[in-house]
Design a protein around this ligand. Structure first.
Ligand code: AMP
Length: 283
């Protein structure tokens, strides 16, 4: 496994491999790898010859007052895990490799990015689409894989790829969860011990919504009220939003199979922001 920091060097190596007929797969991450990230590598293995794992804490997708400085950085450990899992290249650029002085190009994917996470985190998705477009140009993938954990991010990337005619197959990987149901996340390391013991009720609330839907409830408001009731008894987090939306992240009044039920909360002790979701009818 090669670890490369320079965008130009990686692009050159990849283009040589592509000219010799190799299929390339890209796994974009911000590092602090856990089993959720590592399962993305497995999700690409049978589709491609070469796997490039990118590790870059992308400053332009963090807003003011967010956790850019705090975000865990564990490159050495990440590289060891990636090697074990059969990655061919780790691409780990610095911020100035990606955004040199006077950098000025931004990709904006309109509409969808003003909603849900985009409404809560202004400019977040401009940062995501810009870095992902750059990573796609650098790694030239035939396939790229993203986790359902960041459901809106998946929809935004799919839209960008479709609308910019990028010749890349986007694979979506299911959410990998801890034994108690908590979605794995690098940010779970911020949780206090007592929060960690309780916070799986975030997912349990989503399951209550799923069961209501499977039981025949189709009114979005009724499903959301049922879930909110479940969350009322949880005093270790505050709900930021609960939404049932379509593929453009627009709210649905009536729910049908495939609707996205997403939740965001902030824990009260460590102020950790947690996101989770379920595709209704997909259990
Ligand atoms: P991040 O490092 O948080 O930017 O995540 C990198 C990729 O891993 C994104 O496509 C995430 O959606 C995905 N990912 C993160 N956590 C999980 C998880 N628990 N299950 C599946 N995919 C995940």
């Amino acid at each position: 496994m090669k670890i490369i920091h320079s965008p130009q060097e990686l692009q050159k190596s990849i283009l040589n491999l592509k000219y010799s007929g190799k299929k390339i797969g890209c796994v974009p991450t911000m590092g602090a790898l856990h089993e959720g990230h590592l399962s993305l590598i497995d999700g690409l293995r049978d589709r491609v010859d070469i796997i490039v794992l990118t590790i870059f804490v992308n400053p332009i997708q963090f807003g003011e007052g967010e956790d850019l400085d705090l975000y865990p950085r564990t490159l050495k450990r990440d590289c060891a895990l990636a090697k074990e899992r059969g990655v061919d290249f780790v691409f780990a650029p610095t911020a100035s490799d990606m955004y040199p002085a006077n950098y000025g190009t931004t990709i904006t994917c309109g509409g969808i990015t003003n909603r849900l996470e985009g409404a809560a985190r202004p400019n977040h998705f401009d940062g995501v689409t810009t870095v992902v477009a750059k990573l796609f140009h650098i790694t030239q993938p035939d396939y790229a894989i993203f986790g359902q954990k960041d459901a809106q991010q998946v929809l935004v990337i799919q839209k960008m790829v479709r609308e910019l005619n990028m010749p890349i197959n986007i694979v979506v990987h299911p959410i990998v969860r801890e034994a108690d149901g908590l979605a794995m996340s690098s940010r779970n390391s911020y949780l206090s011990e007592s929060e960690r013991a309780e916070v799986s009720s975030l997912y349990k609330g989503l399951l209550v919504g799923e069961f209501a839907f499977l039981g025949g409830e189709i009114l979005s408001d009724t499903i959301k009220k049922t879930i909110e009731k479940e969350y009322e008894i949880c005093d270790f987090f505050k709900l930021e939003y609960l939404a049932i939306t379509d593929t453009e992240c627009l709210p649905l009044e009536r729910v049908s199979q495939g609707a996205l039920l997403s939740v965001v909360c902030r824990t009260t002790e460590s102020n950790t922001r947690l996101i989770d979701n379920i595709i209704l009818g997909d259990l």
